[in-house]
Design a protein around this ligand. Structure first.
Ligand SMILES: Cc1cc2nc3c(=O)[nH]c(=O)nc-3n(C[C@H](O)[C@H](O)[C@H](O)COP(=O)(O)O)c2cc1C
Length: 330
């Protein structure tokens, strides 16, 4: 079966299934795991344009891009066109294949500076931001938005048309309104309506939890690509299942305890050393979701959550792994 491809500017991406941007989660290691498992492309965490341009070291870290993760979409947030333009140039230099503007974030850090969902509520200003980014980078520019502020105010079709006119090569839609937050169901009919309304590829997003969901979203909405968010946290292998289904192959086996534990140890190593070096709570937040679907896993989860340093965390995983191997008679 031919796997469909997504075209973003001059890029051809296959499979058209991507890891959605998630602050605190889509760090470099998670992106690498997603790509290795079969994701066609990945987004960074959202990067504050103003702090990036100012040279803030923690923010620069979000732009650490590995040669093994391309194609990677760097997502910026901000509301000042000239700052966003400077940030886009920095993102391109750092290795971004695509520069994306966040127009859906409802976190206070974004709303406070008039960015994310606040900027989406100002369609003329949002289009000016996309135009400024497009003029500052040779990379394709995209935007990720929600359906509007509330069910009574679904402004996304008008907004998306303006963004495309301003230079967006694709638009991603999280098919919920701002008022919904993450509650209720994503309304995939809104994605289908957007596909009809714009001439550029649409990336559908919201509530894809399985390979069946991904194929259903592609088939029922006509979208050119699918973004997977929460379901990929602790389960990068989901991308392998989606790719297999797109290829018409049988589903790969679920990861074994050994694969999960090896992934957890690799993640601990990546997140605790070198320029990435995250603090302990950030490490625990990213590692814990991998520790599931194994016998007696509750105890390991508790030990990892209670660890006072990286070494204690690593030791807890190794001890548990030794017990799993012993029980399996290895
Ligand atoms: C923890 C978390 C962090 C997120 N951070 C971002 C972000 O930085 N930028 C963004 O555009 N969306 C962000 N999102 C929204 C997701 O990209 C996605 O639109 C949403 O989770 C719906 O997709 P899903 O049902 O597959 O999770 C975040 C979501 C979660 C759960």
């Amino acid at each position: 079966m031919t796997v469909p491809a997504l075209r973003l500017g001059g890029l051809r991406i296959s499979p058209p299934i991507g890891l959605a941007p998630m602050a605190g989660f889509t760090t470099l290691p998670m992106r690498l795991m997603a790509r290795r498992a079969g994701a066609g492309f990945v987004y960074t965490e959202m990067v504050p344009a103003e702090a990036l341009v100012r040279g803030c070291p923690i923010v620069r870290r979000r732009l650490a891009i590995s040669p093994r993760e391309h194609p990677v979409i760097v997502q910026l947030y901000g509301a000042d066109p000239s700052v966003l333009a400077d940030a886009a140039a920095i993102a391109e230099d750092a290795g971004a294949d695509v520069v994306d503007l966040n127009l859906g974030c409802v976190a206070p850090e974004a709303l406070r500076c008039g960015a994310g969902a606040a900027l989406a509520a100002q369609p003329v200003a949002a289009a000016a931001c996309v135009a400024a980014i497009a003029s500052a980078t040779r990379r394709p520019v995209t935007a990720k938005l929600r359906a509007g502020t509330s069910p009574a105010n679904r402004s996304y079709l008008d907004l998306a048309k303006r963004l495309v006119n301003a230079g967006a090569s694709a638009v991603a839609l999280h098919a919920r309104t701002v008022a919904q937050g993450f509650r209720g169901r994503a309304d995939w009919r809104l994605i289908a309506d957007l596909v009809e309304a714009v001439q550029v590829p649409v990336l559908g997003n919201g509530d894809v939890r399985s390979a069946d969901d991904a194929l259903a979203m592609l088939a029922t909405t006509g979208c050119a690509g699918v973004l997977v968010g929460r379901a990929a946290i602790g389960n990068p292998w989901l991308f392998g299942g989606i790719t297999a289904r797109l290829q018409g192959c049988s589903m790969p086996a679920a990861p074994s305890p050994g694969e999960r534990l090896a992934a957890a140890l690799w993640l601990i190593g990546m997140l605790s050393s070198g320029p990435l070096a995250y603090d302990l709570p950030a490490l625990q937040r990213q590692v814990l979701p991998l520790l599931r679907e194994m016998p007696g896993i509750k105890k390991l989860r508790e030990a990892v959550a209670a660890a006072r340093c990286v070494e204690e965390m690593r030791q807890a995983v190794m001890t548990y792994w030794a017990s799993v191997r012993q029980e399996a008679g290895a």
